[in-house]
Design a protein around this ligand. Structure first.
Ligand code: FRU
Length: 508
């Protein structure tokens, strides 16, 4: 159906002009992140098209530049040498065709490959009456042309709702290209994902191609009978440490936001036989992770720090939308598979380049109800690494008080009796002021190791050797910067506490 290059360029220029006018004011707000990537202006959600091309890392993301709310989507673009310092680029893709929703939903989530020295992007065009899969390419990695063959995949398999056929993730295997997409047989609202009312069963479609233009349907990798979700957004399917992993962001699974399944792939039938299920992250604000491998062979994940109003626990508006922006991206995480089929992750070591002002606290006992105050950078942009000897701990609960002040605090609690980690943002300042709990495996072990990253409005928490993680937004005032640890129901033996301030990674 062709490509209107002139209209595409004009649309990109419109965005550039808008960004130029608004980015300086937006950058001044104290809630802007210091070392988590954000669009310089506007709404952002899913990171996608993550790839290393000609040595540089490319990050594309769902972008609605013209307001702090979701709207007709574009692909924002940034480039990095080290996964930490990202340089904003002009928009990579703007909706310009009927098939990619230039008057509708726009250009949805997708993925990237390198083929014949070109950077090739796959995305969903959210047209008026359906979602279709499309392709665009670039030889320099900066300016992209949409394929004349678009849409390369216009129809979902029969019985699938054509309004819910999206998020192509493409990879090479043997002589073929494979693509997974998320689908449902239920009903939905095409243009506004937050209005989605689904009662169907989610599935992950597997297609195959030899030339990237013609795609044949192979099978459903998995089909939900209720237990996997009603619509499986942003699927990723990849080999990891001898097994296959299917990772996706389900609708209809309550507070299970991002699921992984590990198992074996039957290439002949196109079926995935999984045996282990887990949550990639337990936070309120972790969604749509994308997997990619770098030139060093590392398996990496980046995800959206944000959440949709369709999530059952979400209450009302976004905290920053009226400021003209929303959303950020997690630190890049390196993942591995544990022998029991569970996934473990940790931030890439490059993050350590931002460290400054190391503080080291000697081992000590934290007595019941005597708060142990400590310092980590400015208390707002920092890293905290703590370790407890649980054999020498009689406390029932160990509680971190983060971002504290007279009126605000965020509590991170380790309940050693119930075996739970509890994140409490009821007094953080958020509109969705809530508590979230998950299993804490370390409660039954001899040590509890915790690593926390605080940025202006986000917290990433890693424990259980990276098997349990939580990512949450907190909208506290910048003056809320006190930190302390308390023990309840006994004392806690602190083996070590190391902290760092983290420098800003923003490049203008
Ligand atoms: C996930 C998602 C995708 C879709 C995109 C639209 O967050 O709903 O399924 O492609 O966002 O912005």
């Amino acid at each position: 159906m062709g490509f209107n290059a002139k209209r595409h360029l004009e649309k990109i220029q419109l965005v550039e002009e808008y960004v130029r006018q608004h980015k300086v004011d937006i950058a001044k707000h104290p809630w802007r992140e210091h070392y988590h990537f954000q669009a310089s202006v506007g709404w952002m959600n899913d990171p996608h098209g993550l790839i290393q091309f000609q040595g540089k890392f490319h990050l594309f993301y769902q972008h609605h530049p013209f307001s702090g709310k979701w709207g007709t989507m574009h692909w924002g673009h940034a480039i990095s040498e080290d996964l930490i310092h990202w340089e904003h680029q002009p928009e990579a893709l703007a909706p310009s065709e009927d098939y990619d929703g230039w008057e509708g939903g726009g250009i949805f989530t997708g993925s990237a490959i390198v083929h014949q020295d070109e950077l090739v992007l796959f995305y969903t065009g959210c047209a008026q009456d359906r979602q279709v899969q499309c392709m665009a390419s670039s030889s320099d990695g900066y300016s992209f042309a949409k394929s004349n063959h678009n849409p390369i995949l216009a129809d979902p398999p029969s019985g699938i709702n054509p309004h819910d056929f999206r998020d192509p993730k493409v990879w090479r295997q043997g002589d073929c290209w494979y693509m997974v997409t998320g689908v449902t047989d239920g009903v939905s609202d095409l243009i506004e994902p937050s209005n989605c009312q689904r009662n169907g069963l989610g599935k992950v479609c597997l297609h195959r191609s030899r030339d990237l233009k013609n795609w044949e349907f192979i099978n459903y990798l998995v089909e939900s009978h209720g237990e996997l979700g009603t619509m499986l957004e942003c699927p990723n399917f990849f080999p990891l440490d001898g097994k296959w992993v299917l990772m996706y962001s389900p609708m209809g699974l309550h507070d299970r936001q991002v699921i992984y399944l590990t198992g074996d792939f039957d290439e002949k039938t196109g079926k995935f036989h999984w045996h282990t299920m887990g949550s990639v992250d337990w936070g309120f604000d972790y969604y749509a992770p994308q997997h990619f491998c770098d030139d060093r062979g590392r398996d990496l994940l980046m995800a959206w720090v944000g959440s949709w109003p369709f999530m059952p626990w979400c209450r009302g508006n976004y905290d920053t939308s009226d400021l003209g922006w929303y959303g950020s991206i997690t630190l890049p995480r390196q993942i591995r598979l544990c022998p029991d089929g569970k996934l473990a992750s940790e931030p890439v070591s490059e993050i350590e380049r931002l460290r400054e002002n190391e503080q080291y606290y000697l081992p000590c006992v934290i007595h019941e109800s005597e708060a142990f105050p400590f310092i980590a950078g400015d208390g707002v942009h920092c890293e905290i690494i703590a370790s407890f000897d649980l054999q020498e701990t009689s406390a029932k609960r160990i509680v971190f008080r983060l971002r504290g002040s007279r009126n605000q605090e965020t509590k991170l609690e380790f309940d050693l009796v119930r075996g739970e980690m509890i994140f409490d943002r009821t007094r953080s300042g958020n509109i969705s002021a809530l508590q979230r709990k998950c299993l804490l495996e370390s409660a039954s072990q001899s040590k509890l190791n915790i690593r926390i990253f605080l940025d202006s409005i986000s917290i990433e928490i890693f424990t259980d050797g990276g098997r349990t993680t939580m990512t949450n937004n907190i909208f506290s005032s910048p003056e809320s910067n006190q930190l302390s640890i308390s023990a309840f129901g006994g004392s806690a033996r602190l083996l070590g506490l190391r902290t760092y301030g983290l420098r800003s990674s923003m490049i203008e």
